[in-house]
Design a protein around this ligand. Sequence first.
Ligand code: UD1
Ligand code: UDP
Length: 382
Amino acid sequence: MTNKIKVMSVFGTRPEAIKMAPLIKELEKRENIESIVCLTGQHREMLMQVLNTFNIEADFNLDIMRPGQTVTTITTDVLSGMENILKDVKPDIMLVHGDTSTSFAGALAAFYAGVRVGHVEAGLRTYDKLSPFPEEMNRQMTSRLADLHFAPTKANRENLKRENVSDNVYVTGNTVIDALSTTVSKNYRFADKVLDAVDFNNAKYILLTAHRRENLGQPLRQICQAVSILAKDNADVKFIYPMHLNPLVRNTAREILGGLDNVILTEPVDVCDMHNLMNRCYMVMTDSGGLQEEAPALGKPVLVLRTETERPEAVTAGTVKIAGVETDTIVGMANTLIRDTAAYSSQAEAVNPYGDGHASARICDAILYYFGLGDKPKDFGE
Ligand code: UD1
Ligand code: UDP
């Protein structure tokens, strides 16, 4: 026991949990590793939903979520909450994921405690400080604090190199593709009653999600107005919108889209349901980061409801297009995909720039190599 590497994974939101789940399973399998899971609880219901699905038990939970929380309260609660846990556990390395305030504050807490930091999903950039907000800076600041960097793609590694981060960078693929390979199946039966009742052959079903902080208010209103126009103009199209639990999102969605026959506003769905919903839908409209990675792997065209993306690989591959947040542009681009078969087909190619399903194994190998307990893993795509 004593010579095992103590690896403490810290996360707190739904997407972090989905993307850390396969890695935690892999860490648990490695005989040289003791895996410890610490939740910040930045999300509550949406986090528990994922942990139940993947059967992950937490060793610690700071349980910080409060209604109307701000990036300041999240950051300070995580920072102060982690202090004693780190003092007691004394991990050899702490893993954080991505770009949330949990990731940044967790990495900062580890740095203050003298604990090394491994950053999963490192090196994604827009280089626009305000978009996505606060995620772009959370991710950049986490890079500064990290000792090991697990970059999903070569382009992500190049971003880090440009910032003079060249040591201990591994190109691993994204763990979301590991997750996807365990959740999607052809004869899948939905757990959610609303989804189970859907006949995906009777209409073009468009999956919609939107929740980003910088879209709250006017941009989200414009997005919903575009969906309302599209729904009224296209009787053969139905929208499914599993709404984020943030009341600011739900109020706008309900106000503008409630009452439309072909818009289904529903609760956040379990991740297995979500991945299979994506697999059966016609196309995806989203401001989410994770969906931009998952949908291309399933051959579904994506319109990104943002003005930029830190995930340009699928844009280059042609599956993802940036639609922005202006009503008219969104309506125009969505109508092209709905009505122009050739345009649809050219965007519906399955591409997998984000991983091959072995990212978690590469990350574990890299951790063991860093501590002198194994060989250096080959980069994803090499
Ligand atoms: C957070 C992340 C964002 C990520 C998103 C994934 C930050 C700053 N933002 O944004 O990067 O894309 O998670 O979904 O780290 N709520 C609940 N129950 C839940 C979850 C949320 O009620 O299980 C409500 C609460 O009222 C909470 C609000 O949603 O105050 C906002 O949650 P928060 O984590 O602050 O922001 P997100 O938009 O979820
Ligand atoms: N997701 C889910 N249920 C939902 C909506 C999303 O399981 O109702 C999954 C989705 O498949 C993806 C992740 O949650 O894996 C994305 O989370 P979110 O959009 O909240 O955050 P982001 O990726 O934008 O950070």
